[in-house]
Design a protein around this ligand. Structure first.
Ligand SMILES: NC(=O)c1ccc[n+]([C@@H]2O[C@H](COP(=O)([O-])OP(=O)(O)OC[C@H]3O[C@@H](n4cnc5c(N)ncnc54)[C@H](OP(=O)(O)O)[C@@H]3O)[C@@H](O)[C@H]2O)c1
Length: 229
């Protein structure tokens, strides 16, 4: 892994991923909206920035050229199939054999075997209702993006993040295949460590064709699981 692309590099998760990738010595190409280029000023001398909407196929085609890996922040903002458009462009244009790692939340289920609390389902339903009626976001488009990724024969991983908090790194999060598994019960990960997991996944072949649901390695449920096992 020498050169990677980070799609959605200017966001909170994206900037942490840029830092982790540079720490590992990767050459980094970052894609972000033109109006957000300034958010990457701290890295300007060390990365190549391709400005543009992440669901713009031409932008993605240029950005991923020659990249061994692509980290994609999937977000459902707007009403123009932003998530599925972004995912499809990455699936279509990444070079053959490239490692593709996508971010999303616990609400995405690969096999329908995740177990969600009533509160979680209620919040998701409410967030969907509000953002759709205000025409702010299409949460269901993130599901569509992931359906396309799961159906693809590319070397993908979909990392499903718990609730997030800021703070110093605690180390690589732990993961499980299904929300509802006891190790995940704390439902909290540091955003910097979500980014660490995404970047580490690039070189972890055991995660190919997996949709790990993650939780912080210092979260009480992770510590309890560790001491029990
Ligand atoms: N927030 C949470 O609690 C949470 C929990 C679990 C999983 N996740 C997952 O984590 C990832 C990033 O989450 P985050 O909270 O850390 O956010 P973030 O890093 O700030 O990422 C937000 C991204 O969305 C872009 N964006 C914002 N408004 C937009 C708009 N109107 N149109 C197009 N793009 C827009 C941002 O680009 P600009 O820089 O151009 O604005 C940025 O790339 C997502 O995959 C999300 O599903 C989040």
């Amino acid at each position: 892994m020498k050169k990677i692309c980070i799609v959605g590099a200017s966001g909170k998760l994206g900037r942490y991923m840029v830092q982790h990738a540079l720490n590992r010595g990767y050459e980094v190409v970052g894609v972000c909206r033109g109006k957000s280029v300034g958010k990457l000023d701290a890295f300007r001398e060390r990365i190549t920035i391709v400005p543009g909407a992440t669901n713009d196929r031409e932008v993605i085609r240029r950005a991923v050229a020659g990249c061994d890996g692509v980290l994609t922040v999937l977000v459902p903002w707007g009403m123009q199939q932003y998530s599925s458009g972004t995912a499809q462009a990455v699936l279509d244009f990444a070079q053959p054999g490239a490692r593709l790692v996508f971010s999303c939340g616990w609400h995405i289920s690969r096999d329908g075997k995740d177990v969600y609390s009533r509160g979680f389902k209620m919040l998701l339903w409410l967030a969907g209702l509000i953002t759709r009626s205000l025409r702010m976001a299409q949460i269901e488009d993130q599901d569509e993006a992931c359906r396309r990724i799961f159906a693809s024969d590319r070397r993908w991983t979909v990392v499903r993040g718990s609730d997030l908090e800021e703070g110093e790194s605690q180390g690589l999060p732990v993961w499980s295949q299904h929300v509802g598994d006891p190790v995940l019960a704390s439902n909290l990960t540091r955003r910097i460590d979500f980014a660490l997991f995404m970047v580490a996944a690039l070189e972890d072949n055991t995660l190919v064709h997996e949709a790990p649901a993650i939780v912080g390695c210092h979260a009480p449920s992770a510590l309890a699981f560790d001491s029990a096992g």
